[in-house]
Design a protein around this ligand. Structure first.
Ligand SMILES: Cc1cc2nc3c(=O)[nH]c(=O)nc-3n(C[C@H](O)[C@H](O)[C@H](O)COP(=O)(O)O)c2cc1C
Length: 245
């Protein structure tokens, strides 16, 4: 089997009793756990529900990747519910604001952006989710569906979906604590987030498709990210399932 950077990554990010000892003391102070975009328009999100929806077991049973969507938009209330399910704050203890999904060391390196194509009450454009304030910041107004398709290697579902969740990693947030192993944790965190989104969408009668295939720097460029300190790692399309997906 060919050997390459992936094998090197897995090897070089292993922990052993030796590596743990050589790292010394833990870093002090806690970094910010979510970004803030000042001086851009904000959209308040409706308060999310904390009961109702399909049973968890039924959501597991029904979840299937959905790649074809109806034209119908999703509502702001549905979007709010989905955002809350992925990264909403559920408990505050001391300096820590814990969320619906776990994160290594409660450092929360994953940021959420949205490419909104058809959301009631939201102009088309790119938004950032302010976790602590449950608010969207409009960072790039205007239709972005076509650019999203191109950056996602021609996958037209990125334009047909009502909204696309785009997850980036703010690498230094975890690297200061976990060094090279931070990269493993980033991807594990993102998996938890994406699965909560998939199940919450099923519970609302919506469909999702996880997207791992995209041109990294084109997607970073769309969000204005440098691709090193902050880089897009994963996405998910969301919409109303069309019959016969
Ligand atoms: C990490 C990851 C990346 C994926 N990337 C894509 C993608 O870029 N495009 C796509 O159409 N499906 C993508 N998928 C969806 C898979 O093809 C799908 O989950 C798989 O076929 C299993 O089907 P199911 O989700 O309905 O159970 C991805 C899934 C995962 C978990």
């Amino acid at each position: 089997m060919d050997q390459g950077i992936g094998d090197l990554f897995q090897r070089e990010t292993k922990e052993s009793r030796h590596t743990i000892r050589s790292k010394g003391s833990r870093s002090t102070g806690k970094p910010e756990t979510y970004k803030r975009y000042d001086n851009v328009p904000k959209v308040e999100l409706p308060k999310p529900l904390t009961d109702g929806g399909l049973s968890l077991w039924e959501s597991f049973r029904r979840r299937r990747t959905v790649r074809r969507y109806e034209e119908q938009p999703v509502s702001l209330a549905e979007l709010s519910q989905l955002l809350w399910a992925t990264q909403g704050i559920t408990a505050v203890k001391g300096d820590y604001a814990f969320r619906c999904t776990p994160s290594a060391g409660a450092l929360y390196p994953v940021e959420t952006y949205l490419a909104a194509n058809r959301v009631d009450g939201l102009r088309s454009g790119i938004y950032h989710y302010g976790v602590g304030v449950h608010q969207l910041a409009e960072i790039k107004p205007g239709p972005c569906g076509r650019m999203m398709v191109e950056a996602a290697m021609g996958q037209t579902k990125l334009e047909r979906a009502a909204v696309v969740f785009i997850w980036s990693a703010v690498v230094p947030r975890v690297k200061r604590e976990y060094h090279q192993r931070a990269y493993r944790y980033i991807y594990l965190d993102a998996g938890h987030i994406a699965q909560n989104l998939a199940l919450a969408a099923v519970s609302l009668g919506l469909g999702t498709c996880p997207i791992g295939a995209f041109f990294d720097d084109e997607m970073n460029g769309l969000l204005g990210l440098d691709g090193t300190d902050e880089t897009v790692i994963y996405m998910t399309t969301v919409g109303r399932p069309a019959p016969r997906d």
